[in-house]
Design a binder for this molecule. Structure first.
Ligand code: HEM
Length: 518
């Protein structure tokens, strides 16, 4: 990575830190004025200062879980919370059925607003707004390609684990979420840009650094009053650095795009099939203008951290409940021996599928889903009215633990969904990738995660390798005690500094040379 980008003159840094603080104060003053005529109560504000939105937003950032839980018990209908990106209307889960396929609730508009996509440097976040090229590439091309990419994912995992974890047979410490993030970045890059990029350290570092910097830059700017955000974006060092990174990214990907387009032009007679999302986005665009570089960046945003968080959570739950490991290993050996690295093999890993689904049931990555912006006034069938331009969301914290749907809902039961997939009746609801109003880990309805098939596939391929090649456990003295996740506003995340113990074991199958019985 170009380190000069981060070389910030101390005086300039101090100046802009001070300027950020002034921006924050202005912002709190701005939020402090309650000019809302909303019929829905605001929750999370201080009792003696119930219209101070700035304070309510600070409280929500620190304590969103208890604010949401208390408000859901107190109010049976909608209420409002103040967040870093403005006031949101929180709707009870029962409204999901109305929201799920109503185009007046726009996912792309809400995401664009939250991520400041109108500002230079943040344009990637506007990619899903312009047309469906981005979404269709995932829904159609990536999902259809899973059969073709299973073997490459297995190959990439093998190489990556060798480089990232190594082959030491003695127990040693592993910084788990960092390692899994690196692994997921490589796997996702293999699918998005091919083997040339997935093995290029410069690209991998840049791709991750851009995602993190863009997130931090948007969080910094969101503390500024809306009217000053554009100006602050031009001068704040983190924003300047982010735009410089975007330049470096363009310089790496654009020659590849030009090379591929030239190659295709020279092969008019032969219909070439693309092998990764760089080709597929071009195919789906069919000549319509589309910035492939921004498309790639947006893919990184939606795919890498989400997949890596779930994979990390799965590993931590394997440390918490090691009694599941022997049967999971047995299943991997049986299925891979018979099927090799095929898409169908991943489908047949039903115990593993169930374990991952249970992890996500108890640990959705966010306390809320269905973040939408209304593009028109909406009146629900019960008469509740949501004005145009409102930001809405639905909590996930009750759906996955409803005792009417899940017996002993708070208990981790890694075979809960496996038991629903017997030989007599393979209940499709029990599959990891199936979404429902009672299982919101991948969202629900029209905007349910289109990348969940790829995420499930990547995690399963990686787990096959990890289960057979490694043993893992918590650090000595921490056995059975899974550290709590961190929370910021409505998002959960694993402590990035968390370490586990790992050692190499002798795998029962040579995963790099699977000879499938005919
Ligand atoms: C374990 C991994 C993942 C989890 C837990 C996850 C979760 C989610 C959730 C909950 C939503 C719905 C948000 C809402 O309705 O408010 C969503 C949407 C989305 N996800 Fe994922 N996701 C994952 C992986 C991926 C991957 C790998 C991709 C891309 C290849 C992806 C692409 C998207 C896109 C594009 C949307 C928006 C869909 C739309 O605009 O209609 N996700 N994801």
């Amino acid at each position: 990575m170009d380190t000069t980008v981060f070389e910030i003159n101390t005086r300039v840094f101090q100046f802009w830190t001070a300027a950020s603080l002034i921006g924050l104060c202005l912002s709190l003053w701005f939020w402090g004025k309650d000019d809302s005529k909303s019929a829905f109560p605001l929750v999370g504000a201080d009792e003696n200062d119930s219209t101070n939105y700035g304070k309510a937003a600070q409280n929500f950032a620190r304590d969103s879980y208890s604010i949401l839980s208390k408000a859901m018990k107190k109010y049976q209908g909608p209420f409002r919370v103040a967040s870093a990106t403005g006031v949101k209307i929180v709707l009870p889960t029962r409204y999901l059925e109305d929201i799920k396929s109503d185009d007046r609730f726009s996912f792309a508009h809400e995401m664009a607003k939250q991520s400041l996509s109108h500002l230079p440097g943040f344009e990637a976040f506007a990619t899903p707004l312009h047309n469906n090229i981005f979404q269709d590439t995932i829904k159609i091309k990536i999902t259809q390609s899973l059969g073709a990419i299973t073997e490459s994912l297995a190959e990439e995992t093998s190489l990556s684990l060798h480089q990232l974890i190594g082959d030491k047979a003695e127990w040693h410490e592993l910084q788990v979420s960092k390692t899994v993030l690196d692994l997921t970045t490589r796997l996702s890059t293999r699918v998005f840009l091919g083997a040339h990029f997935s093995r290029d350290e410069k690209w991998l570092n840049l791709a991750l650094a851009y995602t993190m910097t863009a997130f931090q830059a948007s969080q910094t700017l969101l503390k500024w009053p809306v009217l000053l955000q554009r100006a602050a974006n031009m001068f704040l060092p983190i924003c300047v650095g982010q735009r410089a990174m975007l330049g470096s990214i363009r310089a790496m990907i654009e020659p590849e795009i030009a090379k591929r387009r030239k190659h295709l032009q020279g092969n008019h007679t032969e219909k070439q099939k693309g092998t990764d999302t760089l080709d597929w986005m071009d195919e789906i665009a069919q000549g319509r203008p589309f910035d492939l570089v921004l498309g790639q960046l947006q893919l990184n945003f939606v795919a890498i951290h989400t997949t890596s968080t779930l994979m990390t959570d799965v590993l931590l739950d394997l440390c918490t409940f090691p009694e599941y490991v022997p049967k999971l290993r047995e299943e991997v050996i049986e299925v891979l021996k018979e099927n090799g690295w095929k898409k169908t093999a991943m489908y047949k890993l039903k115990r593993m599928d169930s374990f991952i689904k249970e992890v996500l049931r108890l640990r959705p990555q966010s306390m809320i889903t269905a973040r939408r912006m209304t593009t028109d006034d909406v009146i629900f069938s019960d008469g509740v009215q949501i004005p145009r331009g409102s930001s809405i969301m639905v909590p996930t914290i009750v759906a996955g633990v409803d005792p009417k749907v899940y017996p002993n809902p708070d208990r981790f039961d890694g075979e809960r969904f496996f038991r629903m997939r017997t030989a007599e009746k393979d209940d499709p609801k029990a599959q990891l990738v199936t979404v429902s109003a009672e299982y919101l880990g991948f969202g629900y309805g029209k905007h349910a995660c289109p990348g969940r098939f790829l995420a499930a596939h990547e995690i399963k391929v990686a787990l096959c390798h990890l289960l057979l090649k490694y043993e893992i456990k918590f650090l000595d003295g921490q056995e059975g005690k899974r550290p709590a996740s961190l929370a910021w506003e409505t998002a959960y995340m694993t402590d990035p500094s968390l370490k586990i113990m790992i050692r190499r074991r002798k795998e029962e199958l040579d995963l790099d040379n699977l000879h499938v019985s005919a």
